[in-house]
Design a protein around this ligand. Structure first.
Ligand SMILES: Nc1nc2[nH]cnc2c(=O)[nH]1
Length: 380
């Protein structure tokens, strides 16, 4: 008996040793994916709205066109999708493994398909609200209203995915919200020229609506992943991103057709302040960057949580202002500096909380494994 136990112990130890590098490798892959998605989200969220603003600044007026641009670059997702498919079929043919699984290219079940359609329609609507706000409001007011986005995300994350809050994450939400409010409170760049009272208030409520809607969408994505009844892989996430963007683009395309926006593009290009070629470059650049933002967003939620994605978006608000200072010669003032400092502090607080939690979880796993190993040496 003792021999069997010690044999099983040895075997268990051997398997544990074998699994450890695998677990570590998976952890590293997930960390790499998280960093990549943070980068995609950051580049898109800073650059995309700046290019949309550049479109409005030099004569662009089409709201549904700018909404459409926020998701229309979704066909570029076919590149990673085809790369992954061909990679899989190559590795399967080389190992001669189950050929039927090669056919399983479409990973979404009906539940996820419906979720993607609903989320896509909501994102299309959010894009319109966001685009309208961007055209009627000064940057400062827009930032002030966008400050509420993280609060909305936190509340919906609590309701939908039972997000656990720690003193660090609460501190982070408060600091980041405060940072964005300070950003909005400076009154220098008030109502843009040519914007009427009515348009100003429309922009105000539309931006608030966009903040609330995205605050709802982010935890809903996490909710959809959790309720999918399926293991969520990154391949599946890209397929979902493709569908979500496709449905959002469909909504905006219908609105553009009704509004006769497609016919207006060439006319607008000819009259654009920076010239025709730059007009198209701005549109294409905005579309690619906004797609990058969406892909990064859904990816960050997959690797982490919707709350983290909301925290990152809030941090990027003052960073966007810094880039506006660099590229649009906007003024830098004390409020912008203070907002940036508070946002970095909030972000650092969130990270420290996560770091402490991960350390605690790791300790718990180690002590549980050792305990289980001592109590049930035969259990692998
Ligand atoms: N609501 C909302 N929509 C967006 N679309 C692109 N960026 C944003 C954002 O920060 N908030």
């Amino acid at each position: 008996m003792e021999g069997v136990l010690s044999y099983n112990n040895q075997e268990h130890h051997h398997q544990e040793q074998q699994q450890q590098p695998k677990i570590k490798k998976n952890k590293n892959i997930k960390l790499g994916l998280l960093l990549l998605n943070c980068l995609l989200l950051s580049v898109g969220q800073v650059g995309g709205p700046l290019l949309l603003r550049l479109y409005y600044l030099h004569g662009g007026q089409r709201k549904w066109l700018t909404s459409w641009l926020q998701t229309a670059a979704f066909p570029i997702l076919l590149i990673p999708l085809f790369a992954s498919w061909s990679n899989k079929s190559r590795s399967q043919s080389s190992t001669n493994s189950n050929p039927s699984s090669t056919k399983q290219k479409f990973l979404l079940n009906p539940k996820l398909f419906i979720a993607s359609a609903i989320l896509g329609t909501l994102i299309g609507l959010d894009s319109f609200l966001f685009a309208l706000g961007l055209s009627y409001l000064p940057v400062s007011t827009s930032a002030l209203l966008m400050a509420t986005q993280l609060a909305f995300t936190s509340v919906f994350a609590l309701l939908l995915v039972k997000q656990k809050f720690t003193p660090y994450s609460i501190n982070s939400v408060v600091l980041l919200t405060l940072g964005s409010i300070i950003l909005g409170l400076h009154t220098s760049g008030d109502r843009p020229v040519g914007v009427s009272n009515g348009q100003y208030f429309l922009g105000f409520f539309m931006t608030l609506g966009a903040a609330a809607l995205l605050g709802f969408i982010l935890p809903s994505v996490e909710f959809a992943y959790a309720k999918a009844c399926k293991v969520i892989t990154y391949d599946l996430v890209i397929q979902m991103q493709f569908l979500v963007s496709m449905f959002a683009t469909l909504l905006c395309t219908i609105a553009m057709i009704i509004n006769k926006d497609f016919q207006a593009i060439s006319r607008e290009a000819k009259e654009y302040g920076l010239g025709e070629a730059k007009y198209y470059m701005v549109l294409i650049g905005a579309a690619i960057l906004m797609q990058s933002m969406l892909v990064g967003n859904l990816g960050v939620i997959f690797c982490s949580t919707s709350l983290f994605s909301g925290v990152l978006l809030a941090l990027l608000l003052p960073v966007q202002q810094i880039f506006a200072i660099i590229f649009f010669n906007e003024k830098f003032n004390a409020e912008k500096g203070m907002s940036l400092a508070l946002s970095f502090w909030g972000f650092a607080s969130y990270f420290y909380g996560e770091y402490k939690q991960t350390k605690k979880n790791n300790k718990l796993i180690i002590s549980m494994t050792t305990h289980q190993h001592q109590e049930f040496p035969n259990v692998v």
